[in-house]
Write a protein that binds this ligand. Structure first.
Ligand code: HDE
Length: 687
């Protein structure tokens, strides 16, 4: 408990004094501080004195509070959790983290890519999905994205990609999106980015929640068993809540309603004990499979359809604890794709290979010291033991003289230090894949030249609605691109993916269809992969979802209770919205407190809505633009709209037409689990 004390000598301001169990305020060097609110002056109205070490330390520390933000993935949210291995895969890997039944502490950070740390949560952007496993054999970092492929095939192109997508160099905008000249200039000149362009323009980049997106290791890795036998592997995270995205208009409005929408959603879910879970899955295959595919498994612009190699679930991650301190943990966490453990190894994917040196370098410059691994969030739980010494901010105190290897001091009774382990990490000598070595060439393998087959695969695997969204997204982004020659090049490239897509986009931006861009390698048609569609992989559930309930003076308390218990009974959450934050005076005269005020709680924040109004209440709200918009948006964003009979005039004013998603209050629980896709305009079936 803090005892507050008014200091009469200083204008009666508040001073908090230590007492009882309350710790004494000290400087960084432990010197007790008597006054934290007044600097040392030469007389009450005189100059501040240089000798005031309390003031200087406080301000100096503050001046240095910021560290360089990540060049990419600057804006992120992190949480602690646990990974439990649920299947025996000892035939595939000797990694201890995968021993069935083993529980391993993890820290996971989700991020957007292009925006700075202070940008918003909901731009159209790829999401980072990085997990640090603190295993008994050291840290394993699976640093992936929510999209299974990447824009480029070779790490040497990464700075170009990132420079083009981040804010433009002269004007410093846009802050977080790809809808601008430089990105599309670069992308249209880089045909290998076509497949990922389709993913980026799809609903994958508009997740409803970080808890409702998949994660992918992207690259091909290797698993190595105790006998040294290796297999190729791709890693997948599958959210237990199913996949879900928002639609574009909803996303734009979400950004206006809450810049921290995803961060808040994750925090509040964990804080409320609603722990998000993902299953970890693997696609395992061998060289014979790899050699038989029309794509190169070392090419990160390609995926392996789940229909060809099913995803085998081998464990579950549960995020069950929010960070105690954002800076110390989420900001300082340093992921390194080089952090692999015995039993997991790299492949020759040239994009992965390039990442292997980048991250160590970036962490050293970002965190300012070669000892960044000693920061608690980065420190392995099995204690690092080696002869690396000194460096800035060394926090350990190594003992003894032996800081070199080999040494023999232990024989004379001194600690000779750590020794190698026969079970330690050893690069596999049994690479599963194309491990050709040869002349030194700046070159890529033959099959890397196919830039369109999997973009086609993605297109044909979408539902009609998802295809409409992709065409609209290209149209939107290209509408933000000034130079006509760039727009033309993007469309010329899309003709190699699908003629109808190209035609829709050309029409959308008002352009004649340009000749197709010559394909370096003729694309092949692959069988559709339903696993790639979000709409097909949504779950009809209220778990993890929130229903907004609009009430006003005169609403019926019994109706509110019915709706609330139906939603909560189905595992959802209720958010009561009223014109005044204090709540509404119900029909029986009692006051019902609201969770939020109408203008600050637009319906895009919810997965479905219910409108519980009396005839007078509905009449009053007809004049409130925010109320009409609330209902109109919920309907337009394809959500269930449940309403009391008396609320109908408000629904009519909002243009709500009757369909199976517009229901009576007692139907809310089942209606709210779905989106009503038939409401969308401009959706055509695949030609
Ligand atoms: Fe990254 N990437 N990346 N990346 N990346 C970084 O490391 C880089 C790539 C990914 O939450 C940086 O700590 C290169 C693919 C995530 O802290 C940097 C290349 C994938 C995160 C870097 C890639 C990723 C990063 C910036 C091309 C998906 C955030 C700050 C070879 C598999 C991790 C930092 C977090 C972060 C470099 C490509 C995912 C500069 C050179 C492919 C999730 O080191």
């Amino acid at each position: 408990m803090t005892e507050q004390n008014r200091n009469p000598g200083n204008g009666g301001e508040t001073h908090q004094q230590a007492g009882g169990d309350v710790p004494v305020l000290t400087t960084n060097h432990g010197v007790p501080v008597s006054d934290n609110q007044n600097s040392l002056k030469s007389g009450a109205r005189g100059p501040t004195l240089l000798e005031d070490f309390v003031l200087r330390e406080k301000i100096f520390h503050f001046d240095h509070e910021r560290i360089p933000e990540r060049i990419v993935h600057a804006r992120g949210s992190g949480a602690h959790g646990v990974f439990e291995a649920t299947d025996d895969i000892s035939d595939l890997t000797r990694a201890a983290v995968f021993t069935k039944g083993t529980k391993t502490e993890v820290f996971t950070r989700f991020s957007t890519v292009a925006g700075g740390a202070g940008s918003v949560d909901t731009p159209r952007d790829v999401r980072g999905f990085a997990v640090k496993f603190y295993t008994t054999e050291g840290n394993w970092d699976l640093v992936g994205n929510n999209i299974p492929v990447f824009f480029i095939q070779d790490a040497i192109k990464f700075p170009d990609l990132i420079h083009s997508v981040k804010m433009e160099a002269d004007r410093a905008y846009p802050q977080a999106g790809s809808a601008h000249d430089t990105f599309w200039d670069w992308a249209s000149l880089t045909p290998e980015s076509t497949h990922m362009q389709l993913w980026a323009m799809s609903d994958r980049t508009l997740p409803r929640s970080l808890r409702m997106m998949e994660g992918f290791g992207v690259h091909t890795f290797q698993l190595v068993n105790a006998e040294g036998k290796s297999s190729f592997v791709k890693f997948h995270w599958k959210p237990r809540l199913g996949l879900q995205s928002t639609i574009w208009d909803e996303t734009l409005k979400l950004q206006a309603a809450d810049n921290d929408y995803h961060r808040r959603d994750l925090w509040e879910a964990i804080d409320g004990g609603d722990f998000p879970e993902w299953d970890l899955g693997i696609q395992v295959f061998d060289k014979a499979f790899a050699d038989a595919q029309p794509y190169d498994v070392l090419d990160s612009t390609k995926l392996i359809p789940e229909e060809d190699v099913p995803v085998r679930i081998i464990g579950t991650m549960t995020l069950n604890r929010n960070a105690d301190n954002f800076f110390a943990e989420t900001e300082q966490v340093a992921f390194l794709p080089t952090n692999v453990v015995p039993g997991i190894d790299f492949s020759n994917d040239p994009l992965l290979q390039g990442r292997l040196f980048s991250y160590l370098d970036t962490q050293k410059s970002r965190l300012g010291t070669t000892n960044f691994h000693q920061i608690p969030i980065n420190a392995p739980r099995n204690d690092a033991q080696n002869f690396q010494r000194d460096g800035m901010m060394q926090t350990k105190v190594p003992k003894g003289r032996a800081n070199y290897e080999p040494n023999s001091l232990s024989v004379i009774g001194e600690d000779g230090g750590p020794r190698e382990s026969p079970n330690g990490f050893a690069t596999t000598t049994n690479p599963t894949g194309p491990d050709e070595q040869g002349e030194k060439l700046r070159i890529r393998a033959e099959l890397f030249g196919d830039h369109y087959s999997q973009a086609r695969l993605f297109w044909v695997s979408m539902t009609d609605n998802e295809r409409a969204h992709i065409a609209s997204a290209f149209t939107f982004e290209l509408s933000k691109v000034g130079p006509a020659h760039i727009r033309k090049r993007v469309v010329a490239n899309l003709r190699n993916v699908n003629e109808e897509l190209a035609a829709r986009v050309a029409d959308g931006i008002g352009m004649d269809l340009p000749p197709a861009n010559p394909a370096f390698r003729e694309p092949v048609d692959m069988a559709p992969s339903p696993a790639l569609s979000i709409q097909r992989n949504m779950k009809d559930t209220l778990a993890g979802r929130m229903v907004g309930v609009l009430i006003a003076d005169g609403s019926d308390g019994a109706e509110i209770d019915t709706v609330t218990s139906a939603i909560e009974g189905a595992g959802g959450k209720v958010f009561l919205v009223a014109p005044k934050v204090g709540g509404a005076k119900l029909a029986d005269g009692s006051m019902k407190e609201a969770h939020g005020q109408l203008a600050g709680s637009p319906s895009q924040l919810f997965d479905a809505v219910a409108v519980v109004l009396s005839a007078d209440g509905a009449r009053a709200l007809l004049k409130e633009g925010a109320a009409v918009q609330w209902v109109m948006d919920a309907f337009g964003h394809l959500k269930a709209v449940a309403a009391s009979a008396d609320a109908r005039p408000l629904l009519d004013r909002a243009g709500v037409e009757k369909d199976e998603g517009v229901v009576a209050l007692d139907q809310i629980a089942s209606a709210a689990t779905k989106r009503y896709w038939a409401r969308e305009d401009g959706v055509r079936t695949l030609a």
